[in-house]
Design a protein around this ligand. Sequence first.
Ligand SMILES: Nc1ncnc2c1ncn2[C@@H]1O[C@H](COP(=O)(O)OP(=O)(O)O)[C@@H](O)[C@H]1O
Ligand SMILES: [Mg+2]
Length: 242
Amino acid sequence: MAKQKSNLPTRPIASTFQIVEAYKAIRTNLLFALATANSKVVIISSAEPNAGKSTAASNLAITMAQTGARVLLIDADMRKPSQHKVFRLKKANGLSMILSGLMTYEECVCREVAKGLDLITCGTLPPNPSELLGSEAMGNFLSEMQEHYDYIFVDTPPLCVVSDALVLSDKAAGIVLVCRQRQTTYEELQHAVDNVKDVQGNLLGAVITDMKENGRTYGKYDRYKYYKSYDYSYTSATVDGK
Ligand SMILES: Nc1ncnc2c1ncn2[C@@H]1O[C@H](COP(=O)(O)OP(=O)(O)O)[C@@H](O)[C@H]1O
Ligand SMILES: [Mg+2]
Protein backbone atom coordinates (compact mmCIF):
# COMPACT_ATOMS: atom_id res chain seq x y z
CA MET A 1 0.00 0.00 0.00
CA ALA A 2 1.32 3.44 -0.91
CA LYS A 3 2.38 5.55 2.02
CA GLN A 4 0.09 8.54 2.54
CA LYS A 5 1.82 11.87 2.05
CA SER A 6 1.84 13.97 5.20
CA ASN A 7 0.53 17.53 5.13
CA LEU A 8 2.93 18.53 7.85
CA PRO A 9 5.87 20.66 6.85
CA THR A 10 9.21 18.96 7.32
CA ARG A 11 10.70 21.96 9.17
CA PRO A 12 7.71 23.01 11.23
CA ILE A 13 8.83 25.94 13.30
CA ALA A 14 10.63 29.20 13.05
CA SER A 15 13.48 29.62 15.47
CA THR A 16 13.00 31.49 18.71
CA PHE A 17 15.38 34.05 17.25
CA GLN A 18 13.07 34.68 14.30
CA ILE A 19 10.05 35.08 16.58
CA VAL A 20 11.87 37.49 18.84
CA GLU A 21 13.15 39.50 15.88
CA ALA A 22 9.67 39.69 14.33
CA TYR A 23 8.24 41.16 17.54
CA LYS A 24 11.18 43.53 17.92
CA ALA A 25 10.56 44.84 14.39
CA ILE A 26 6.91 45.52 15.26
CA ARG A 27 8.02 47.20 18.48
CA THR A 28 10.38 49.53 16.58
CA ASN A 29 7.59 50.58 14.22
CA LEU A 30 5.25 51.14 17.14
CA LEU A 31 7.82 53.23 18.97
CA PHE A 32 8.15 55.50 15.92
CA ALA A 33 4.38 55.78 15.55
CA LEU A 34 3.84 56.52 19.24
CA ALA A 35 6.69 59.03 19.50
CA THR A 36 4.47 61.74 18.04
CA ALA A 37 1.17 60.59 19.55
CA ASN A 38 -0.54 62.28 22.49
CA SER A 39 -1.53 58.95 23.99
CA LYS A 40 0.46 55.79 24.68
CA VAL A 41 -2.59 53.56 24.56
CA VAL A 42 -2.54 50.98 21.76
CA ILE A 43 -5.65 49.00 20.87
CA ILE A 44 -5.05 45.55 19.42
CA SER A 45 -7.92 44.32 17.31
CA SER A 46 -8.74 42.42 14.14
CA ALA A 47 -11.50 42.19 11.59
CA GLU A 48 -12.65 38.68 12.44
CA PRO A 49 -12.39 36.32 15.43
CA ASN A 50 -9.40 34.05 15.95
CA ALA A 51 -6.90 36.23 14.10
CA GLY A 52 -4.27 35.93 16.81
CA LYS A 53 -4.77 39.33 18.45
CA SER A 54 -4.57 38.17 22.08
CA THR A 55 -1.36 36.29 21.30
CA ALA A 56 0.05 39.35 19.52
CA ALA A 57 -1.10 41.66 22.34
CA SER A 58 0.67 39.68 25.07
CA ASN A 59 3.81 39.22 22.99
CA LEU A 60 3.96 42.89 22.06
CA ALA A 61 3.42 43.96 25.67
CA ILE A 62 6.22 41.66 26.87
CA THR A 63 8.52 42.84 24.05
CA MET A 64 7.82 46.48 24.88
CA ALA A 65 8.50 45.86 28.58
CA GLN A 66 11.88 44.39 27.64
CA THR A 67 13.03 47.92 26.72
CA GLY A 68 12.77 48.83 30.40
CA ALA A 69 9.46 50.66 29.88
CA ARG A 70 6.61 50.21 32.36
CA VAL A 71 3.86 48.44 30.43
CA LEU A 72 0.24 47.59 31.22
CA LEU A 73 -1.76 45.02 29.30
CA ILE A 74 -5.55 45.29 29.65
CA ASP A 75 -7.85 42.48 28.59
CA ALA A 76 -10.80 44.49 27.27
CA ASP A 77 -12.28 41.50 25.47
CA MET A 78 -15.15 41.05 27.90
CA ARG A 79 -16.82 38.59 25.53
CA LYS A 80 -14.06 36.04 24.88
CA PRO A 81 -11.23 36.96 27.24
CA SER A 82 -7.93 35.12 27.14
CA GLN A 83 -5.10 37.05 28.80
CA HIS A 84 -5.82 35.39 32.17
CA LYS A 85 -5.22 32.05 30.44
CA VAL A 86 -1.98 33.22 28.80
CA PHE A 87 -0.60 34.24 32.21
CA ARG A 88 -2.45 31.50 34.14
CA LEU A 89 -4.44 33.76 36.43
CA LYS A 90 -8.06 34.09 37.54
CA LYS A 91 -10.09 36.57 35.56
CA ALA A 92 -12.79 37.60 38.06
CA ASN A 93 -11.07 40.67 39.51
CA GLY A 94 -10.45 42.87 36.52
CA LEU A 95 -11.58 45.58 34.14
CA SER A 96 -15.36 45.12 34.38
CA MET A 97 -15.15 45.41 38.18
CA ILE A 98 -13.09 48.59 37.97
CA LEU A 99 -15.36 50.22 35.38
CA SER A 100 -18.50 49.41 37.33
CA GLY A 101 -16.95 50.88 40.50
CA LEU A 102 -16.99 47.60 42.42
CA MET A 103 -13.21 47.33 42.79
CA THR A 104 -10.16 49.55 42.48
CA TYR A 105 -7.18 49.29 40.15
CA GLU A 106 -4.95 48.38 43.13
CA GLU A 107 -7.28 45.50 44.03
CA CYS A 108 -7.28 44.16 40.47
CA VAL A 109 -3.83 44.71 38.99
CA CYS A 110 -1.65 41.61 38.54
CA ARG A 111 1.87 42.92 38.98
CA GLU A 112 4.93 41.73 37.07
CA VAL A 113 3.29 38.96 35.07
CA ALA A 114 6.49 39.34 33.08
CA LYS A 115 9.42 41.66 33.71
CA GLY A 116 8.10 45.23 33.64
CA LEU A 117 4.60 44.13 32.67
CA ASP A 118 1.41 44.44 34.72
CA LEU A 119 -1.92 42.94 33.67
CA ILE A 120 -5.55 43.83 34.23
CA THR A 121 -7.71 40.82 33.39
CA CYS A 122 -11.20 41.22 31.93
CA GLY A 123 -13.08 40.79 35.21
CA THR A 124 -16.41 39.08 35.64
CA LEU A 125 -18.13 39.03 32.24
CA PRO A 126 -20.64 41.90 32.16
CA PRO A 127 -23.87 42.07 30.12
CA ASN A 128 -22.89 45.45 28.57
CA PRO A 129 -19.23 45.39 27.41
CA SER A 130 -19.59 48.09 24.69
CA GLU A 131 -21.26 50.51 27.12
CA LEU A 132 -18.58 49.94 29.75
CA LEU A 133 -15.74 50.46 27.26
CA GLY A 134 -17.34 53.59 25.80
CA SER A 135 -18.05 55.03 29.26
CA GLU A 136 -16.49 58.05 30.92
CA ALA A 137 -15.16 55.64 33.54
CA MET A 138 -13.04 53.92 30.88
CA GLY A 139 -11.70 57.27 29.63
CA ASN A 140 -10.80 58.28 33.19
CA PHE A 141 -9.23 54.89 33.90
CA LEU A 142 -6.99 55.07 30.82
CA SER A 143 -5.96 58.65 31.65
CA GLU A 144 -5.04 57.60 35.17
CA MET A 145 -3.13 54.56 33.91
CA GLN A 146 -1.03 56.74 31.62
CA GLU A 147 0.36 58.40 34.73
CA HIS A 148 1.59 54.99 35.95
CA TYR A 149 2.72 53.37 32.70
CA ASP A 150 4.77 54.27 29.62
CA TYR A 151 2.71 52.07 27.27
CA ILE A 152 -0.71 50.48 27.56
CA PHE A 153 -1.88 47.66 25.29
CA VAL A 154 -5.60 46.92 25.12
CA ASP A 155 -6.75 43.54 23.82
CA THR A 156 -10.23 43.83 22.28
CA PRO A 157 -12.86 41.78 20.42
CA PRO A 158 -12.94 41.72 16.59
CA LEU A 159 -14.20 45.01 15.23
CA CYS A 160 -16.31 43.67 12.37
CA VAL A 161 -18.33 41.72 14.93
CA VAL A 162 -18.87 44.20 17.78
CA SER A 163 -18.11 47.89 18.28
CA ASP A 164 -16.02 47.50 21.47
CA ALA A 165 -12.68 48.37 19.86
CA LEU A 166 -14.18 51.29 17.94
CA VAL A 167 -15.73 52.96 21.00
CA LEU A 168 -12.25 52.96 22.53
CA SER A 169 -10.51 54.53 19.55
CA ASP A 170 -10.87 58.16 20.69
CA LYS A 171 -9.20 57.23 23.98
CA ALA A 172 -6.10 55.74 22.32
CA ALA A 173 -3.14 56.60 20.09
CA GLY A 174 -4.57 54.17 17.58
CA ILE A 175 -5.45 50.66 16.54
CA VAL A 176 -3.19 47.84 15.38
CA LEU A 177 -5.07 45.39 13.17
CA VAL A 178 -4.03 41.77 13.41
CA CYS A 179 -4.61 39.70 10.28
CA ARG A 180 -4.08 36.00 9.91
CA GLN A 181 -2.51 34.63 6.78
CA ARG A 182 -4.91 32.36 4.85
CA GLN A 183 -7.80 33.42 7.08
CA THR A 184 -8.43 37.18 7.01
CA THR A 185 -9.92 38.13 3.64
CA TYR A 186 -9.28 41.41 1.81
CA GLU A 187 -12.99 42.23 2.19
CA GLU A 188 -12.88 41.72 5.96
CA LEU A 189 -9.73 43.80 6.25
CA GLN A 190 -11.21 46.60 4.11
CA HIS A 191 -14.37 46.52 6.21
CA ALA A 192 -12.29 46.83 9.38
CA VAL A 193 -10.28 49.74 7.95
CA ASP A 194 -13.52 51.48 6.88
CA ASN A 195 -14.93 51.01 10.38
CA VAL A 196 -11.85 52.62 11.91
CA LYS A 197 -12.07 55.53 9.43
CA ASP A 198 -15.79 56.00 10.15
CA VAL A 199 -15.04 56.78 13.81
CA GLN A 200 -12.00 58.93 12.88
CA GLY A 201 -9.76 56.34 14.51
CA ASN A 202 -6.05 56.21 13.85
CA LEU A 203 -4.81 53.06 12.16
CA LEU A 204 -1.28 52.47 13.48
CA GLY A 205 -0.60 49.49 11.25
CA ALA A 206 -1.28 45.83 10.64
CA VAL A 207 0.40 42.70 11.92
CA ILE A 208 0.15 39.48 9.93
CA THR A 209 0.22 36.38 12.11
CA ASP A 210 0.73 32.72 11.43
CA MET A 211 2.93 33.52 8.44
CA LYS A 212 4.33 30.53 6.68
CA GLU A 213 7.52 30.75 4.72
CA ASN A 214 8.73 27.59 3.01
CA GLY A 215 6.35 25.53 5.10
CA ARG A 216 7.53 26.99 8.38
CA THR A 217 5.34 28.81 10.83
CA TYR A 218 6.02 31.36 13.51
CA GLY A 219 5.35 30.20 17.01
CA LYS A 220 3.85 32.03 19.93
CA TYR A 221 4.69 33.12 23.40
CA ASP A 222 3.96 31.20 26.51
CA ARG A 223 4.01 33.14 29.69
CA TYR A 224 7.46 34.71 30.16
CA LYS A 225 9.37 33.68 27.11
CA TYR A 226 9.14 33.05 23.42
CA TYR A 227 8.91 29.42 22.75
CA LYS A 228 8.66 27.11 19.84
CA SER A 229 5.01 26.29 19.81
CA TYR A 230 3.65 24.16 17.08
CA ASP A 231 0.10 22.96 17.10
CA TYR A 232 -0.06 20.19 14.55
CA SER A 233 -3.81 19.93 14.21
CA TYR A 234 -4.06 23.68 13.79
CA THR A 235 -1.26 23.92 11.28
CA SER A 236 -2.23 20.90 9.22
CA ALA A 237 -5.68 22.47 8.83
CA THR A 238 -4.24 25.69 7.44
CA VAL A 239 -1.84 23.79 5.22
CA ASP A 240 -4.88 22.14 3.73
CA GLY A 241 -6.13 25.62 2.96
CA LYS A 242 -9.22 25.30 5.15
N1 LIG B 1 1.29 33.16 15.12
C1 LIG B 1 0.56 32.09 15.42
N2 LIG B 1 0.87 30.89 14.91
C2 LIG B 1 0.13 29.81 15.20
N3 LIG B 1 -0.97 29.82 16.02
C3 LIG B 1 -1.33 30.99 16.55
C4 LIG B 1 -0.59 32.19 16.28
N4 LIG B 1 -1.19 33.23 16.96
C5 LIG B 1 -2.24 32.68 17.61
N5 LIG B 1 -2.32 31.36 17.38
C6 LIG B 1 -3.36 30.43 17.91
O1 LIG B 1 -4.59 30.79 17.30
C7 LIG B 1 -5.67 30.73 18.23
C8 LIG B 1 -6.33 32.09 18.36
O2 LIG B 1 -5.36 33.00 18.84
P1 LIG B 1 -5.78 34.24 19.73
O3 LIG B 1 -4.55 35.03 19.96
O4 LIG B 1 -6.59 33.81 20.92
O5 LIG B 1 -6.74 35.00 18.69
P2 LIG B 1 -7.87 36.11 18.91
O6 LIG B 1 -7.54 36.84 20.17
O7 LIG B 1 -7.78 36.97 17.69
O8 LIG B 1 -9.18 35.38 18.97
C9 LIG B 1 -5.05 30.24 19.54
O9 LIG B 1 -5.23 28.86 19.61
C10 LIG B 1 -3.59 30.60 19.41
O10 LIG B 1 -2.78 29.74 20.16
MG1 LIG C 1 -8.59 37.23 21.92
